[in-house]
Design a protein. Structure first.
Length: 219
Protein backbone atom coordinates (compact mmCIF):
# COMPACT_ATOMS: atom_id res chain seq x y z
CA UNK A 1 0.00 0.00 0.00
CA UNK A 2 1.50 3.33 -1.09
CA UNK A 3 1.81 6.13 1.41
CA UNK A 4 -0.66 8.95 0.87
CA UNK A 5 0.93 12.13 -0.44
CA UNK A 6 -0.14 15.62 0.56
CA UNK A 7 1.11 19.15 -0.03
CA UNK A 8 0.70 21.90 2.57
CA UNK A 9 0.96 25.42 1.15
CA UNK A 10 1.77 28.05 3.76
CA UNK A 11 3.52 27.50 7.09
CA UNK A 12 1.66 29.58 9.61
CA UNK A 13 0.85 27.82 12.88
CA UNK A 14 -2.08 25.98 11.23
CA UNK A 15 -0.11 24.80 8.18
CA UNK A 16 2.86 23.76 10.34
CA UNK A 17 0.61 21.73 12.64
CA UNK A 18 -1.22 20.02 9.73
CA UNK A 19 2.08 19.16 7.98
CA UNK A 20 3.66 17.59 11.06
CA UNK A 21 0.49 15.68 11.97
CA UNK A 22 0.19 14.21 8.46
CA UNK A 23 3.89 13.27 8.46
CA UNK A 24 3.53 11.63 11.90
CA UNK A 25 0.56 9.64 10.56
CA UNK A 26 2.84 8.09 7.94
CA UNK A 27 2.00 10.32 4.96
CA UNK A 28 4.46 11.78 2.46
CA UNK A 29 4.25 15.55 2.99
CA UNK A 30 5.53 18.36 0.79
CA UNK A 31 5.45 21.86 2.25
CA UNK A 32 5.82 25.16 0.42
CA UNK A 33 6.33 28.62 1.88
CA UNK A 34 8.03 31.85 0.79
CA UNK A 35 9.93 32.15 4.08
CA UNK A 36 13.42 30.64 4.02
CA UNK A 37 13.43 30.49 7.85
CA UNK A 38 10.16 28.52 8.02
CA UNK A 39 11.33 26.08 5.34
CA UNK A 40 14.64 25.58 7.17
CA UNK A 41 12.80 24.97 10.43
CA UNK A 42 10.58 22.21 9.05
CA UNK A 43 12.81 20.67 6.36
CA UNK A 44 14.08 17.78 8.50
CA UNK A 45 10.59 17.00 9.84
CA UNK A 46 8.73 16.42 6.54
CA UNK A 47 9.41 14.54 3.30
CA UNK A 48 9.98 17.63 1.09
CA UNK A 49 10.25 21.34 1.83
CA UNK A 50 10.26 23.93 -0.97
CA UNK A 51 10.89 27.67 -0.67
CA UNK A 52 8.43 29.18 -3.13
CA UNK A 53 5.68 31.77 -3.31
CA UNK A 54 2.36 29.93 -3.45
CA UNK A 55 0.90 32.85 -5.41
CA UNK A 56 3.33 31.97 -8.24
CA UNK A 57 1.60 29.65 -10.76
CA UNK A 58 4.95 28.23 -11.93
CA UNK A 59 5.82 27.13 -8.38
CA UNK A 60 2.47 25.39 -8.04
CA UNK A 61 2.89 23.60 -11.36
CA UNK A 62 5.83 21.79 -9.73
CA UNK A 63 3.23 19.90 -7.67
CA UNK A 64 1.58 18.54 -10.81
CA UNK A 65 3.79 15.52 -11.34
CA UNK A 66 3.62 14.31 -7.75
CA UNK A 67 0.37 12.31 -7.86
CA UNK A 68 -0.92 14.05 -4.74
CA UNK A 69 -3.90 12.73 -2.77
CA UNK A 70 -4.67 16.22 -1.49
CA UNK A 71 -3.49 19.77 -0.93
CA UNK A 72 -4.02 21.93 2.16
CA UNK A 73 -4.00 25.64 1.31
CA UNK A 74 -3.08 27.07 4.68
CA UNK A 75 -2.89 30.80 3.94
CA UNK A 76 -5.82 33.08 4.66
CA UNK A 77 -3.97 36.42 4.93
CA UNK A 78 -3.90 36.73 1.14
CA UNK A 79 -7.25 35.76 -0.37
CA UNK A 80 -5.80 36.30 -3.86
CA UNK A 81 -3.05 33.71 -3.21
CA UNK A 82 -5.60 31.24 -1.81
CA UNK A 83 -7.89 31.67 -4.83
CA UNK A 84 -5.01 31.25 -7.29
CA UNK A 85 -3.68 28.16 -5.50
CA UNK A 86 -7.15 26.59 -5.29
CA UNK A 87 -7.86 27.10 -8.98
CA UNK A 88 -4.47 25.79 -10.14
CA UNK A 89 -4.63 22.72 -7.88
CA UNK A 90 -8.11 21.81 -9.18
CA UNK A 91 -6.99 22.38 -12.78
CA UNK A 92 -4.12 19.94 -12.16
CA UNK A 93 -6.68 17.33 -11.12
CA UNK A 94 -5.73 17.08 -7.44
CA UNK A 95 -8.68 15.16 -5.95
CA UNK A 96 -8.95 16.96 -2.59
CA UNK A 97 -8.25 20.64 -2.05
CA UNK A 98 -8.82 21.79 1.51
CA UNK A 99 -8.55 25.56 2.03
CA UNK A 100 -8.23 27.58 5.22
CA UNK A 101 -10.49 30.61 5.52
CA UNK A 102 -10.76 33.23 8.23
CA UNK A 103 -14.48 33.92 7.78
CA UNK A 104 -17.56 32.61 5.99
CA UNK A 105 -17.30 35.10 3.12
CA UNK A 106 -13.76 33.98 2.32
CA UNK A 107 -14.91 30.36 2.60
CA UNK A 108 -17.78 30.91 0.17
CA UNK A 109 -15.43 32.48 -2.40
CA UNK A 110 -12.94 29.60 -2.13
CA UNK A 111 -15.74 27.05 -2.54
CA UNK A 112 -16.92 28.93 -5.63
CA UNK A 113 -13.48 28.60 -7.27
CA UNK A 114 -13.27 24.88 -6.55
CA UNK A 115 -12.16 24.11 -2.97
CA UNK A 116 -13.58 20.75 -1.86
CA UNK A 117 -13.49 21.55 1.85
CA UNK A 118 -13.15 24.74 3.87
CA UNK A 119 -11.80 24.89 7.40
CA UNK A 120 -12.08 27.83 9.78
CA UNK A 121 -9.33 27.19 12.37
CA UNK A 122 -9.85 30.42 14.31
CA UNK A 123 -13.63 29.96 14.50
CA UNK A 124 -13.38 26.24 15.27
CA UNK A 125 -10.66 26.70 17.88
CA UNK A 126 -12.69 29.43 19.57
CA UNK A 127 -15.68 27.09 19.68
CA UNK A 128 -13.57 24.20 21.05
CA UNK A 129 -12.02 26.39 23.74
CA UNK A 130 -15.44 27.65 24.82
CA UNK A 131 -16.90 24.14 24.97
CA UNK A 132 -13.93 22.80 26.91
CA UNK A 133 -14.37 25.60 29.46
CA UNK A 134 -18.05 24.79 29.97
CA UNK A 135 -17.79 20.99 29.72
CA UNK A 136 -14.84 20.58 32.07
CA UNK A 137 -15.10 16.80 32.02
CA UNK A 138 -13.58 16.75 28.54
CA UNK A 139 -9.94 17.24 27.57
CA UNK A 140 -10.84 17.96 23.95
CA UNK A 141 -14.03 18.54 22.00
CA UNK A 142 -14.25 18.20 18.21
CA UNK A 143 -17.54 18.94 16.41
CA UNK A 144 -18.40 16.26 13.83
CA UNK A 145 -21.65 17.94 12.75
CA UNK A 146 -24.20 20.37 14.15
CA UNK A 147 -25.55 17.62 16.39
CA UNK A 148 -22.66 15.25 17.18
CA UNK A 149 -19.16 15.65 18.61
CA UNK A 150 -16.13 13.58 19.53
CA UNK A 151 -14.59 14.16 22.95
CA UNK A 152 -11.71 12.85 25.04
CA UNK A 153 -12.34 12.08 28.70
CA UNK A 154 -10.22 10.51 31.44
CA UNK A 155 -11.62 7.12 32.49
CA UNK A 156 -14.02 8.11 35.31
CA UNK A 157 -13.06 6.78 38.77
CA UNK A 158 -16.24 4.69 38.98
CA UNK A 159 -15.41 2.99 35.65
CA UNK A 160 -11.86 1.86 36.51
CA UNK A 161 -11.59 -1.94 36.50
CA UNK A 162 -14.98 -2.37 34.81
CA UNK A 163 -15.58 -3.23 31.15
CA UNK A 164 -17.70 -1.26 28.66
CA UNK A 165 -20.09 -4.24 28.46
CA UNK A 166 -20.46 -4.27 32.24
CA UNK A 167 -21.03 -0.51 32.30
CA UNK A 168 -23.60 -0.62 29.43
CA UNK A 169 -22.27 2.77 28.31
CA UNK A 170 -24.17 2.93 25.01
CA UNK A 171 -27.50 1.67 26.38
CA UNK A 172 -27.38 3.57 29.68
CA UNK A 173 -25.79 6.86 28.61
CA UNK A 174 -26.34 7.07 24.84
CA UNK A 175 -22.65 7.56 24.05
CA UNK A 176 -20.24 5.43 22.00
CA UNK A 177 -16.69 4.73 23.14
CA UNK A 178 -14.68 4.36 19.91
CA UNK A 179 -11.15 4.15 21.32
CA UNK A 180 -8.80 4.59 24.25
CA UNK A 181 -5.45 6.34 24.70
CA UNK A 182 -3.04 4.66 27.12
CA UNK A 183 0.49 6.03 27.63
CA UNK A 184 0.07 8.20 24.52
CA UNK A 185 -0.89 5.26 22.26
CA UNK A 186 -4.31 5.20 20.60
CA UNK A 187 -6.21 1.88 20.42
CA UNK A 188 -9.35 1.94 18.27
CA UNK A 189 -9.90 -1.83 18.60
CA UNK A 190 -10.97 -1.54 22.22
CA UNK A 191 -12.19 -4.87 23.65
CA UNK A 192 -15.58 -4.17 25.31
CA UNK A 193 -14.93 -7.05 27.76
CA UNK A 194 -11.59 -5.68 28.96
CA UNK A 195 -11.43 -3.75 32.29
CA UNK A 196 -10.77 -0.04 31.81
CA UNK A 197 -7.39 1.11 33.19
CA UNK A 198 -6.67 3.97 35.53
CA UNK A 199 -5.04 6.86 33.67
CA UNK A 200 -6.62 5.90 30.33
CA UNK A 201 -8.31 8.50 28.12
CA UNK A 202 -11.51 7.45 26.35
CA UNK A 203 -12.44 8.71 22.88
CA UNK A 204 -16.21 9.13 22.88
CA UNK A 205 -18.78 10.11 20.23
CA UNK A 206 -22.22 11.33 21.20
CA UNK A 207 -25.01 13.83 20.64
CA UNK A 208 -24.09 17.34 21.80
CA UNK A 209 -27.07 17.61 24.15
CA UNK A 210 -26.04 14.37 25.91
CA UNK A 211 -22.35 15.32 26.10
CA UNK A 212 -23.13 18.79 27.46
CA UNK A 213 -24.99 17.22 30.41
CA UNK A 214 -22.43 14.48 31.04
CA UNK A 215 -21.21 14.28 34.65
CA UNK A 216 -18.87 11.37 35.32
CA UNK A 217 -19.28 11.75 39.08
CA UNK A 218 -22.91 10.67 38.70
CA UNK A 219 -22.31 7.84 36.21
Amino acid sequence: MMEKQYAVLGLGSFGYSVALTLENMGCDVLVMDASYEKIQDISDKVSYAMKADIADPDALQALGGRNLDGVVIAVSESLEASIMATMICKEMGIPLVLAKAKDKLQGAILERVGADRIVYPEIEMGSRVAKSLVAREFMDWISLSNDYSMVEIAVPDKWIGKSLTELSVRERLGINVVGIIVNGKIDVTLDPQKPLPQGGILIVIGANDILEKFDSAKK
